[in-house]
Design a protein. Structure first.
Length: 277
């Protein structure tokens, strides 16, 4: 497994799994939930505006600038910008990944969108002290049938997983729903990168895999938990590699990948998707 700062911190690697047994540490209070709901609603609106500008000929740095401008206009902080080691902080306010890039692509002026691309934008913001996190994949112009299908299946898998979540359900219930839908459609779930609890910080200690495994504690969900759930789905192998920039993950076989993410709140009787207001 790749041992770099990003894999250790940015999307909760499998070799640093939480051993905490006190789930109360991850339960948010009423005011935190109010603030996280506001953060998530603003973030969803900002991402929708950014995605609307994603067209052939537009470069990803332009999208990054728009996202940062909109976050700062409302008093938000782009939580990705400056994230990581002090000698190599992430330079963007969004992660913009294209085609075989799975996650954490760096926005660049020379990265120009073209017809047929899959664009994945991951975005996070601290607002009123609370961090929201979400991602969407979209088609740039007309894409192949495979590209359209992998985006559809990835989002469907996330929504099926979310539908299993309620107090008393387990991480494995979510993971099984995601993995089964993905694999029934002949795609694969990335193993090296998983979801996480979110709210007070971008990456809190709980890891939420998108596949069934004995390596990760099969915790029971509790009302008040807030999670960033994010299937990353590849058209070919589930294996990923690190690009030379030491941030961007790419598919090991250079085939397409898609990514969807939502911040959710576990309620007394189910789940609320905060980033789908």
């Amino acid at each position: 497994m790749m041992q770099n700062f990003l894999l250790k911190l940015l999307l909760a690697p499998l070799n640093s799994l939480s051993k905490r047994s006190d789930m109360n540490l991850f339960i948010k209070n009423e005011q935190e939930i109010v603030s996280l709901r506001a953060s998530s609603e603003h973030l969803a609106r900002i991402l929708a505006e950014v995605l609307a500008q994603a067209k052939p000929g537009v470069n990803t740095l332009e999208l990054d600038t728009l996202a940062e401008t909109r976050m700062r206009e409302i008093g938000g902080i782009p939580i990705f910008k400056g994230y990581g080691a002090s000698d190599r902080p992430f330079p963007g306010s969004i992660c913009s990944s294209i085609n075989e890039e799975v996650v954490h692509g760096i926005p660049r002026k020379d990265c120009i969108l073209k017809e047929g691309d899959i664009l994945k934008i991951d975005i996070g913001m601290r607002y009123e002290g609370m961090v929201s996190d979400m991602a969407r994949s979209i088609a740039i112009g007309t894409v192949t049938d495979e590209a359209r299908k992998i985006m559809q299946v990835t989002e469907e898998s996330l929504l099926r997983g979310i539908a299993t979540i309620r107090p008393g359900a387990k991480v494995s219930d979510y993971a099984r729903a995601v993995q089964s839908h993905v694999e029934q459609n002949s795609f694969s779930v990335v193993r090296d990168l998983v979801g996480h609890s979110v709210g007070r910080e971008l990456h809190e200690d709980l890891q939420i895999p998108n596949y069934v495994t004995r390596e990760i504690p099969d915790i029971t969900f509790v009302a008040g938990m807030t999670l960033a759930l994010e299937p990353m789905v590849n058209a070919g192998t589930y294996e990923v590699e690190m690009a030379p920039d030491d941030w961007t993950f790419i598919t090991a076989d250079d085939r397409l990948s898609a990514h969807f993410e939502d911040t959710v709140l576990i309620t007394e009787d189910g789940v609320e998707v905060l980033t789908r207001p």
